[in-house]
Design a protein around this ligand. Structure first.
Ligand code: HPA
Length: 239
């Protein structure tokens, strides 16, 4: 297959080799218009907006991915396999699973457990360990500490369900030190491993599964933008 791909209407060269991946396409637009110079929208297919611009002189793209492993898998594969993306940082939100992980804190996922069949099917039942790029994880946590951002680095849980009727598995993972739950990281790490690209997932805590607290929409936005800036600077720091 060549470009354009079924889900991204960009021409060859329209997309930078480093991308930020928010789930929400309107967040992609907000990041692009806030932080990038001369942002150009390269795709609107299915409303999943993608932009390219420059950040401190470095060409960077921001692409919405939608929610869940199948959706981010489509975008990560097309970006890495057909548009030459080598570096990808998911900037998402997550639900905290531990007391010490509070609302607004940033979680940096070294690894992602999952209940999805995507990893087990890929390896015939073998338990693959979806893992972040080490250099990017170190750079992000160092930059976050310098900025005084509350950050936790460790494993997260990529769940196939947002509305999970049975939280037994989630709570068992919490008992094993899993920081938070979200729905995309394991797929991003799996695909980056296959495509030999670098990937990292960071997520701001938007809700807490133990206390049932939630951020307001406005609080979510503020925390999210600080994290997007952290992700952009992580790209510069690891070039
Ligand atoms: N569950 C799954 N994904 C999420 C959550 C959650 O509680 N919060 C943000 N993303």
């Amino acid at each position: 297959m060549t470009v354009p791909t079924p889900h991204i209407a960009a021409k060859a060269g329209d997309i930078a080799d480093a991308v930020l991946l928010p789930g929400d396409p309107l967040r992609a637009q907000l990041i692009a218009t806030t932080f990038l110079n001369n942002p150009v929208c390269y795709s609107e297919v299915r409303g999943m907006l993608g932009y390219t611009g420059t950040y401190n002189g470095r060409r960077i793209s921001v692409q919405g991915t939608g929610m869940g492993m199948p959706s981010i898998s489509i975008y990560a594969t097309e970006l890495m396999r057909f548009y030459g993306v080598r570096t990808a940082i998911r900037v998402g939100s997550c639900g905290a699973l531990l007391d010490e992980v509070k609302l607004r804190h940033i979680v940096i996922a070294l690894s992602a457990h999952t209940n999805s069949s995507m990893t087990s099917r890929t390896f015939n039942g073998l338990q693959f360990a979806p893992t972040a790029d080490f250099g990017m994880a170190v750079a992000a946590s160092t930059l976050a500490a310098e900025r005084g951002l509350d950050t936790h680095v460790g494993s997260i849980y990529t769940s196939d369900s947002f509305y999970d009727d049975n939280l037994e598995d989630t709570m068992r993972l919490a008992a094993y030190g899993t920081l938070a739950v979200e729905m995309e990281a394991a797929a991003l790490y799996l695909i980056a491993a296959k495509e030999r690209a670098r990937a990292l997932c960071m997520a701001t805590v938007s809700d807490h599964l133990l206390t049932h607290e939630m951020l307001s929409a406005e609080e979510r936005q503020t925390g999210f933008m600080a994290m997007a800036e952290l992700a952009l600077d992580t790209i510069l720091a690891t070039d």
